[in-house]
Write a protein that binds this ligand. Structure first.
Ligand code: ZN
Length: 501
């Protein structure tokens, strides 16, 4: 695509500058107005060799042509438009918004809700305390009940109407005041973690950092949600829509809780805001994710009678080696594909061949076709390895999530509104991207707009070294609070409670 140079003002100004530099310092003796009507070319300094000067040559040949300024403009245009044209064809469209239309509204909301925002900040200590308490309750997927019980208690204290659905999701409703039938804005955070009951769940503080399993993924999301609900209630905020604060189950094993929620209430839910991951990120799409367990089955034989006989462990090792040689697209972004073998096992004793050997594959892609292609290659390699080793193979599906991109989602008010909030909060990081594997993807899959945003920074999630920064946690909560106001609609009038000092 061809782009007019004037759309790139900095480059254009730079080019003009370069030309004036050339004019003044490189060709100082050349006077553009010295071309006279009778073809005489006048130089003030005769020592300047004419054939060495491109301007001289051009003007000598075409002294009645477009002139010095004509050449300057034409060259400027070429210089600026050439790299722009190239850039436009190879680079994705810039994601940075020059002017966010939501910024003024966000600033107004910040002014009108100053009291609540300040109170969130002032409650930092209590917030961190609740955060630690929640983190120390183990909640592996499918065993969230204990954590759910504490969450229910917190939601009730916050004044929400709480119910638990058949799957185990905890739903706390903040009822809107707009005309019925009202839609529901879902703000959700998953209760489950990847850590089983044998893992010690004690939270350790080191400076302002909290270390502990699930402390970032995703207990902080639950705390975020509860504090927002409490503030809405305390400040008697009138919202147009209902807001459902949902603690979901089984997110880590394929968004099962969120999928159940959207199946049950597809028509009622207007949008989904998942709280998960790091502050400053906005994810508006879903990566396709397929998980399989690839099992090799054979006969168990004592080591002494095993020589030269089919081996399941050999088949597994061979399959893994060949799978890791697969090349997958790393760019462009919308074709990006990943794979990983995260678990493997097999056999019962040291001195016999394994009856069964297995490993898992986590296949991911932004593109459904790429994912299918990768999957077929992995299956073919597993079958080939089984054949070579003389054993049988069985492929068990663990979970499948489709790659999903909702048309127009990048421009949706959820994305732009959150970006405006981050901008107003002076966030150093505003990362808007289509990658995502969080609860909002369950909504996207059935056409419900959704995003995932984070509460605070941290790292090493899904590992025993998981940590989260507690210093700025209230900023992430304020972000959610403002986003709820922006999405659920407050109207212009806001009640400020007298209780706040
Ligand atoms: Zn998570």
């Amino acid at each position: 695509m061809f782009t007019l140079p004037l759309r790139e003002p900095p480059s254009f100004i730079l080019t003009i500058f370069v030309f004036f530099f050339l004019r003044c310092f490189v060709f100082p003796k050349l006077d553009p107005f010295a071309v006279s009507g009778d073809n005489n070319i006048t130089f003030q300094d005769t020592t300047l060799h004419e054939t060495h000067n491109i301007w001289f040559m051009m003007k000598h040949r075409r002294n009645r042509g477009i002139g010095w300024y004509g050449w300057m403009l034409a060259s400027a245009w070429l210089l600026v438009s050439a790299p722009t044209t190239q850039a436009a064809s190879t680079q994705p469209a810039p994601t940075k918004q020059t002017k966010n239309v939501f910024l003024n509204t966000v600033h107004r909301l910040m002014r009108e809700h100053r009291g609540a925002l300040r109170e969130i900040q002032s409650q930092h200590k209590a917030i961190v305390k609740t955060w630690i308490q929640l983190s120390e309750i183990p909640a592996p997927s499918r065993q969230e009940a204990k954590k759910a019980a504490f969450l229910i208690q917190l939601m009730k204290q916050a004044g929400l109407q709480v119910r638990v659905d058949k799957k185990g999701n905890v739903i706390g409703q903040y009822t809107g005041t707009g005309p019925t039938p009202r839609k529901a804005i879902v703000v959700c955070a998953h209760m489950d973690t990847v850590f089983d009951l044998t893992v010690r769940h004690k939270v350790r503080r080191q400076g302002t950092r909290l270390f502990g399993p699930g402390v970032l993924d995703n207990t902080v999301g639950l705390v975020n949600m509860v504090v927002v609900a409490r503030m809405l209630r305390k400040y008697k905020v009138k919202l147009q829509q209902d807001v459902w604060f949902v603690g979901t189950v089984q997110e880590e094993i394929g968004l099962k809780g969120a999928q159940y929620l959207v199946q049950q209430h597809k028509k009622r839910i207007a949008m989904m805001i998942a709280l998960d991951g790091g502050y400053g990120g906005i994810s508006y799409g879903g990566i396709g994710i397929h998980w399989y367990r690839i099992e090799f089955h054979g006969q168990a034989r004592h080591t002494l009678s095993s020589m030269g006989k089919p081996s399941t462990t050999y088949a597994a090792a061979r399959a893994i080696t060949t799978i890791y040689q697969l090349k997958v697209p790393r760019k462009p972004r919308m074709q990006e594909t990943w794979y990983n073998i995260g678990k493997l096992g097999g056999g019962k004793v040291v001195n016999a061949q394994a009856e069964r050997a297995w490993f898992t594959v986590d296949l991911r892609s932004m593109n459904a076709q790429q994912l299918r292609r990768l999957e077929q290659k992995v299956f073919a390699l597993a079958r080939k390895a089984a054949k070579e080793a003389g054993v049988t193979v069985r492929i068990v599906t663990l979970q499948k999530m489709p790659a999903v991109q909702l048309p127009g989602m990048r421009q949706h008010k959820l994305v732009r509104g959150t970006a405006a909030i981050l901008q107003a909060q002076k966030s150093k990081r505003i990362a808007i991207h289509p990658f995502g594997a969080n609860d909002h993807c369950a909504g996207l899959a059935v056409g419900i707009p959704g995003i995932n945003i984070g509460t605070t920074t941290g790292g090493s999630i899904h590992s025993l070294k998981e940590w989260a920064e507690s210093k700025h946690v209230t900023r992430g909560i304020q972000q959610t609070y403002l986003l709820v106001l922006l999405m659920a609609g407050t109207g212009r009038t806001v009640t400020t409670p007298k209780t706040h000092r």
